[in-house]
Write a protein that binds this ligand. Structure first.
Ligand code: GLP
Length: 259
């Protein structure tokens, strides 16, 4: 696991964009996308590089991590809609190859199984972008999620519902259920890139990176993956015991070694 401590979230966005663009140059064809505020600097940077430097996403497919049960892509609060407005509509990626779990399905569990099978068939995902919830969730894998879980229906904690209420007119409108890639599904991706900023995220980042591997902190599953980059600003790194060591390794990184 490489932990990169950056002065600002904008710097973090540039590093994550370097990783994505470098992977595309090296033949990556499948991206894993996350919603939430953490990846927004990365997405803005990718849009900028597409516009100004001609980076093309025309050959790419993309898979979203999760979706609310009961919301369809035409509803602004759905993650399918959110990723279109924040990223997809501003790139040359074919919208028909941007996939998300079918939140409107009559049988959400069956939709989850289909989604998992589609990722297995068309993957592996080359670079998976991740944020982290205040309780250490990734995707919508709340504490107690099996570290081996596949895409399935999950129930949100009240804390996560409250954290996400800002996107809904009424907090009561936040769905209770979601379809999320499982921790095992996420771990199938070749390179996991977790982005976090702000002091509120510091305890979750510490638990994910330096705590025990445990279903209590779902993001700790990253410790079992062979290729992980964690990009945190100074505030989100504020509780890391080995922060100085992570800075030291970044400063002394062999020149040829990328992320
Ligand atoms: C939601 C999403 C996660 C995201 C998390 C944190 O729960 N399902 O994928 O990582 O929110 O969001 P933010 O980046 O806005 O803090």
């Amino acid at each position: 696991m490489e932990i990169v401590i950056v002065p600002s979230p904008e710097d973090g966005g540039r590093i994550a964009a370097d990783i994505v663009c470098g992977a595309i140059e090296n033949g990556a064809r499948t991206l894993g996308l996350a919603t939430g505020s953490s990846p927004l600097h990365t997405y803005r940077e990718l849009i900028k590089r597409h516009r100004e430097s001609g980076v093309s996403f025309a050959a790419m497919s993309a898979y979203l991590l999760d979706e609310y049960v009961g919301l369809t892509p035409d509803q602004p609060q759905s993650y399918a809609h959110t990723i279109r407005t924040e990223l997809v509509d501003h790139l040359d990626i074919d919208n028909a190859r941007v996939f998300s779990p079918d939140g409107g399905a009559a049988d959400p569990s069956e939709a989850a199984r289909r989604y998992d099978a589609a990722i297995a068939e068309n993957g592996p995902i080359d670079v998976q972008i991740l944020g982290i919830g205040l309780n250490g969730h990734i995707g919508f894998n709340e504490p107690s999620s099996s570290l081996a879980s596949r895409t399935r229906v999950k129930t949100l904690t009240e804390r996560t519902r409250a954290d996400n209420a800002r996107f809904f007119a009424d907090p009561a409108d936040v769905p209770h259920h979601v379809i999320t890639q499982g921790l095992g599904t996420i771990s199938d991706a070749r390179h996991l890139v977790l982005i976090a900023d702000g002091a509120r995220k510091a305890p979750a980042v510490r638990a994910a990176v330096e705590g025990p591997v445990s279903a209590f902190c779902p993001a700790s599953v990253l410790q079992l993956h062979p290729h992980v980059t964690v990009i945190v600003d100074e505030a989100a790194a504020g509780e890391l015991q080995l922060a100085d060591f992570y800075r030291y390794t970044a400063e002394h990184k062999p020149a040829a070694q990328g992320y």
